[in-house]
Structure formats: C-alpha cells, structure tokens
Design a protein around this ligand. Structure first.
Ligand code: AMP
Ligand code: MG
Length: 268
C-alpha cells in the first residue's frame, strides 16, 4: 500500500512531481491516522523485542530531509516506547578535524548496527553528496564518484546481513517557512534555529537538485529510498511506521529455542 513511495531503482526522480501533502494511501482523517500509527507502534515494540532476542538481523534506517523536514520528530514518534536497549540513534553533524582526516565513510561505518540492533541515522553519509555538493566543499570530481562508492558500501552492508531502509522526508518550501517561523516564535523551539538556516533556505533549488541526484542514483534493491510525504506529520509517521513493520515482519524472525527440559520446572 505504501510501496508507491518507494523509488524504483534506476528511475529519474523529479521532486516537483511528488506531492509533499499527499495522504492518498490512508482513507481516514488525522485522528484515525494517529490511532493507526499507535497500533503500529505497539507492533513495532514487539518486533524489536524479537529482533533483539533472535540476535540475527541488523537494521539500518537512514533519515534525510531539508531543515525542519521532521527527522527528530519522526524518531520521537515512530520509536516512542520502543526498548532503548537495541535501538540506537546516530546523528551526523559537521565532521570533526579527526573525521575530516579520514575518508567520509569512516565515521559512518562505525555506527552501523550489529546483530539484533536497529540503528537510526539522523543525517548520514548522504550529507557528503548533499551539503558537500551544494557548498563545493570538495571538487565535483570527488563528490561525483561518491554515488557509486555509497552504493558499493551499502551493498556490502546488505550482503553481510543488514536490512537497509532510507527515508527522504519531503516537505515543500512553504511548509519550511512555517516551521522555521515557529522555531523563531516559540521560545522552547528557538534553540533549534541557526541564522545559517536562512542561507541554506536560499539554496533550496540547489538542495532539491542534489536530493534528486541522490534519489535517482542510490535507490537500489538492497537499500531502497522512500520519498515520504512529510507536510503532514501524522501521515509521515504513519507511512514510515507501516513500512518498518512490514519490513520487520518480512524477516520472519523467531524467538530462540529455549533450553530443553524447562517444562514443569516450578521455582520454589
Ligand atoms: P543539525 O542536524 O541541525 O544538528 O545540523 C547538523 C549540520 O551538520 C547540518 O548543517 C549538516 O549539513 C551538517 N553536516 C552533516 N554532515 C556533514 C558533512 N559530511 N559535511 C558538512 N556538513 C555536514
Ligand atoms: Mg539544524
């Protein structure tokens, strides 16, 4: 049902033709959508337990978005109540001097999930073909070859047993305007606002073009991108929750066999 948001490998993505306010895959209204997401959240809680108990699969979730796109809110809502043991968030900021002294995947590989773990990337190695490309932080010849390198890296993770899901939270410029203004107007949100956000907003078309390149070139069968309509937060949470639950159910996990002879034991 939500597979319409998956980017088919080797297709060219035009973000202007993707509706950020779309809600067509769910028949109900906002409150029904929230209720459905709550049910999925409970399902996710038990699937995560099972993933941890089985200790076989590794799950990597990549979140990317324009500023105010809702990465933090997605993590808070979709993983609400999920046992923090076994779920980790890795946030990628501007690289430190030590990180810059290494190749761009060095800091990323270290954060990938181990067996039984879910790791959520809040930003990711994709910044190295997004902000880095938009601001010319490295020459074009350098970022240009990174798409293939990223595909090879993700293929390797997948072949070694990592399930990878990548979500681009798609908002439009008008929605960003409202959310940035809210950050300025509401004292508890102001800490999230940086003056630099305005300069980044002015580069909107450049970022959209950089995202289109990412989505067109790095959606693969082993690490698909989903373009999530994200103007409506409840719909964004619902769609991501459903895709996650469907993916985890598809892993056909089982609880490990208990030791033999435990039946009938009564603790004195
Ligand atoms: P925030 O997620 O709002 O805390 O901001 C993190 C900042 O770090 C954003 O402005 C990103 O563009 C920036 N950032 C993340 N990764 C990189 C990178 N590889 N190179 C340059 N800037 C980055
Ligand atoms: Mg920011």
């Amino acid at each position: 049902m939500y597979q319409q948001y998956r980017v088919v490998p080797e297709t060219t993505v035009d973000l202007d033709r993707r509706e950020p306010a779309d809600r067509s895959a769910f028949a109900g209204d906002k409150s029904a959508g929230r209720e459905a997401a709550k049910q999925l959240n409970r399902r996710l809680e038990s699937l995560q337990e099972l993933l941890y108990a089985e200790g076989r699969h590794k799950v990597l979730i990549v979140l990317q978005a324009m500023d105010t796109g809702g990465k933090d809110g997605t993590i808070r809502h979709v993983f609400d109540g999920v046992n923090p043991q076994g779920v980790k968030v890795a946030s990628f900021k501007r690289p430190t001097p030590q990180e810059l002294a290494h190749d761009y995947l060095w800091r990323v590989h270290k954060e990938t999930p181990g067996r039984g773990e879910i790791v959520i990337f809040n930003r990711s190695h994709y910044e190295d073909v997004l902000v880095v490309r938009v601001h010319n932080l490295v020459p074009p010849a350098v970022w240009e070859r990174r798409y293939d390198q990223i595909n090879a890296f993700e293929r390797q993770l997948a072949e070694e047993g990592t399930t990878i899901l990548k979500f681009y939270l798609h908002i439009d410029k008008a929605e960003q305007k409202e959310r940035l203004q809210a950050r300025l107007d509401e004292p508890e949100k102001r800490w999230k606002f940086a003056k630099g956000d305005l300069a980044e907003r002015a580069l909107w078309p450049d970022y959209q073009a950089a995202y289109e390149a990412v989505l067109s070139r790095t959606s693969t069968p082993y690490a698909p991108w989903y373009i999530i309509p994200a103007n409506r937060k409840w719909y964004r949470n619902l769609v991501i929750s459903q895709i996650l639950v469907d993916t985890l159910e598809g892993l056909e996990m089982r609880y490990p066999e208990a030791e033999e002879g435990l039946e009938g034991i009564v603790i004195e």
